[in-house]
Design a protein around this ligand. Structure first.
Ligand code: R2B
Ligand code: URA
Length: 302
């Protein structure tokens, strides 16, 4: 029969929230970066009304691979690419969407805004968003998966910073504790090296993460190690480039959000990401194996 994802937190009937009075007066809405319209033939509700999970990560080919592997793991049918734009890909396996977000908050926020509107129009209920990505570890062995228990900006605040109307607007970056704990437990059960910690969301891969191998570097090696040690002492375990935006937008949409990223390297030992292809593949599979096992544990025939 039809397969459905049951949520275990007892929450029911939570819509995906938008907060924009102007949307109500708008007949149609074109989700430009997916090439999908609110008034699609076929209907968004029919196509996306059953969605319970959105799994996202940076690269389009990796997300396509994850969707195919999950289709194999779960037996759920795999859609074609539902995005008609080449900015983002979108695959559906039953109640689970697989969408890439590109690199950095500005790219990811476009994807999230359009996905939140899509799922709102589709009347999807009780949706979780999980970012399964890569990161630079801080004092953790390469290959360790970090389950974020908070996301901080470059000022080390658990806030997402945005410029609006010429002002700085700061919004709380909040992840779902239950979902994070469940994913941590799943990783432990699978025997995948896993740690919990804060994630620093940088707006840059090089100077923004205090690398010594960028085109520009106006701080010393000592400055770098002082900063990394300071971050480690306050509980930061990895750098990536989307977490505060992800945590604040999912929170504003009233959906549960979690972030699990594999550390490709330990930044205390270097800056270059020079692992070989098979090692990279083994590492990028770890967050997928966790989410796949977790999702399959929630699937029930009904
Ligand atoms: C992790 O990896 C990417 C940079 O290499 C970026 O999207 C991120 O957050
Ligand atoms: N992604 C990042 O943002 N930083 C790293 O060091 C590796 C992946």
């Amino acid at each position: 029969g039809a397969t459905n994802v049951m949520l275990q937190n007892g929450s029911t009937d939570h819509i995906v929230k938008v907060n924009n009075p102007y949307l109500q007066g708008q007949e149609d809405d074109f989700l430009y970066h997916f090439g999908i319209s609110k008034n699609e033939a076929g209907g968004l509700k029919e196509c996306f009304g059953d969605v319970k999970f959105v799994c996202t990560g940076g690269s389009p080919s990796r997300l396509k691979m994850y969707a195919e592997l999950f289709h194999n793991d779960s037996g759920l049918p795999l859609s074609e690419n539902l995005s008609r734009s080449d900015r983002f890909c979108m695959y559906k396996t039953g109640p689970i969407l697989w969408i890439n977000h590109g690199m950095g908050v500005p790219s990811m926020s476009i994807m999230l805004v359009e996905t939140i509107k899509l799922l709102h129009y589709a009347d999807a209920k009780d949706v979780c968003f999980v970012r399964i990505g890569t990161s630079g570890g801080i004092g953790v062995a390469p290959g360790t998966v970090i389950v974020s228990n908070g996301a901080i900006n470059g000022l080390l605040e658990q806030k997402h910073i945005q410029f609006i109307k010429g002002n700085i607007v700061k919004r709380d970056a909040i992840l779902d504790k239950t979902l994070c704990n469940d994913l941590y437990e799943t990783a432990s059960q699978l025997g995948i090296p896993v740690d919990r910690g804060l994630t620093l969301c940088a707006d840059d891969f090089y100077e923004g993460q205090m690398r010594l191998d960028g085109a520009f570097c106006e701080y010393s090696s000592d400055d770098k190690f002082d900063f990394l040690r300071k971050l480690h002492s306050i509980g930061v375990r990895n750098f990536e480039m989307e977490s505060t935006g992800f945590a604040s937008m999912t929170h504003r949409a009233g959906v549960r959000g979690a972030i699990i990223c594999v550390a490709l390297l330990n930044r205390l030992n270097g800056d270059q990401v020079s692992i070989d292809k098979s090692c990279y593949h083994e590492y990028e599979m770890r967050p997928f194996r966790i989410i796949s096992a977790y999702l399959r544990s929630l699937l029930t025939e009904n």
